[in-house]
Design a protein around this ligand. Structure first.
Ligand code: ADP
Length: 469
């Protein structure tokens, strides 16, 4: 028999006993009343010796007294029952309010937990790094949006998908398993993962955490995309090695010619002039190179001082053509320019844009054989609010495979190297000035053996500042 059954039996026995006591008590009273009433009836109607012994009135009063006692006893009993019931109801009410309070407390706790869960989810999803958590059986138990995007899946907290299904036999899965089995608290690896059709480099931090209660281990993997940083570091390395190489060449020839002068190898005036000429031109090249490098790095680092104002591109073109005219004449190259357009106001740094036009014009002269033609055009498109300047030549042209690199730092077209000396920085400076400083665009089209067209596109100034001076 269970404890509960025993308890309920004991309760039953007690109730039965109590009922029996009450039956005896009330039974006596009822009997007394009934006897009195019976005697009164009998003495009134029958000639019984007992009835005859008591006067009818006395018997009636006994009967009344008995009935009154009976009524009082019943009254007392029902009052007692009522009080008991009221007590029980009060106790039950207390229990009910306790339960209600506990329920309200629990609701509050659930609300709090939900709020915390939502804010943790919001924080996780706002992180740009991919976060993945796997359990002791390598199932994904948490993944943020960045992880969903990176691995191309939708995380369902109720699905418990195997990490292998999402990551394949990827290096990351191996790292996760190693971290879990070795219970490694914190480990860092550089891994390559495919992303948007290319390989991206990630700094992966893996931590194995252990649940205090059941000693189950989970692995938290955080993946930070460092592809751009890697590219920049590589570019810096390339830049430094290019610069050193480019600086070395003119310095070497300056040194060599200076040494010959010191050794007295220039015996006549002509040789002396020749040696000095080489030193001078190499020194100029070195100066140009250093200036270009400094200008580019100032623009890239955002340290360049830009003085923008409204200027006419037509006037800048006119001045640049004036500067380059004699150089074109030397090579018997015809320089065509359009009649200047008025009201072609652009909000620009005058000196920087002058350098852009001069660089493009001097390149056109450099890479156009004698007898060629250079045509400078500018066109204002008011509906687009832009001005386009193009410099077209009839020069050697650029092979298609070189075109996409032509604006890169130190890039020189192998096939054109014999045409002219250069640093490979001029076009990069043009791009930096037009795109980074002025929000414009550079473009090029070219056909080998026929010529090239370089162009820039700039936004027109918001307010025309009157006629150009
Ligand atoms: P560089 O100092 O070598 O001229 P640039 O950056 O100005 O450096 O130009 C990069 C390369 O682009 C040049 O080496 C040359 O091969 C090619 N290039 C530039 N302009 C022209 C042009 N108008 N015609 C043909 N090739 C050109």
């Amino acid at each position: 028999m269970t404890i509960r059954q025993k308890q309920s039996d004991a309760t039953c026995n007690y109730s039965v006993k109590r009922m029996r006591n009450e039956q005896i008590k009330y039974g006596g009273l009822i009997a007394l009343g009934l006897i009195g009433a019976g005697l009164a009836v009998v003495s009134a109607g029958l000639s019984h010796p007992a009835a005859a012994a008591l006067p009818a009135a006395a018997m009636t009063s006994i009967a009344v007294a008995g009935l009154a006692m009976l009524a009082r006893a019943q009254q007392h009993s029902s009052r007692h029952q009522l009080t008991e019931r009221q007590n029980r109801t009060a106790a039950m009410n207390d229990k009910l309010s306790d339960a209600q309070r506990q329920l309200a407390d629990m609701k509050l706790k659930v609300q709090l937990i939900n709020r915390r869960k939502n804010s943790v989810e919001a924080i996780l999803n706002s992180i740009r790094d991919a976060v993945l958590v796997t359990d002791d059986r390598d199932r994904i138990i948490l993944a943020n949006r960045a992880a969903e995007r990176l691995f191309g899946f939708h995380f369902d907290p109720d699905a418990a998908v195997l990490a292998a299904e999402i990551l394949g036999t990827d290096a990351l899965l191996v790292l996760i398993q190693k971290s879990r089995t070795g219970r490694i608290a914190h480990v860092r690896h550089e891994i390559a993962l495919p992303q948007d059709g290319r390989e991206a480099i990630f700094d992966a931090v893996l931590s194995c955490t252990e649940d205090d209660a059941d000693h189950n281990s989970a692995v938290v993997a955080v993946l930070h995309d460092i592809t751009r940083e890697k590219e920049i570091a590589q570019m810096k390395n390339d830049f430094v090695s290019h610069v050193s190489h480019e600086l070395k060449t003119p310095l070497a020839s300056i040194n060599a010619y200076a040494e010959m002068l010191v050794d007295g190898e220039a015996q006549d005036a002509e040789t002396l002039a020749n040696f000095c000429g080489v030193i001078q031109s190499q020194a100029r090249r070195l100066t140009r190179l250093i200036e270009d490098i400094l200008n580019i790095s100032r623009i890239e680092s955002g340290l360049v001082k830009v003085q923008k104002a409204n200027h006419s591109m037509a006037l800048i073109i006119r001045d640049a053509v004036e500067m380059i005219k004699s150089y074109a004449h030397e090579k018997n190259i015809t320089l065509n320019t359009q009649a200047p357009i008025l009201y072609d106001q652009v909000y620009i740094d005058h000196d920087m844009l002058s350098q852009v036009i001069v660089n493009l014009l001097s390149n056109a002269v450099k890479y156009t054989p004698a007898g060629g033609t250079i045509t400078v055009r500018s066109e204002v498109n008011e509906s687009d609010n832009r001005i386009t300047v193009t410099i077209a030549d009839t020069g050697v042209g650029i092979p298609p495979e070189d075109l996409e690199h032509i604006f890169d730092k130190f890039y020189r077209v192998q096939a054109n190297n014999k045409c002219a000396k250069g640093t490979g920085l001029g076009l990069n400076l043009v791009k930096q000035i037009v795109e980074t400083v002025h929000g414009g665009q550079v473009f090029v089209t070219s056909t080998v053996g026929k010529g090239s067209t370089f162009g820039i596109e700039l936004p027109l100034a918001a307010e025309p500042a009157g006629l150009p001076a």
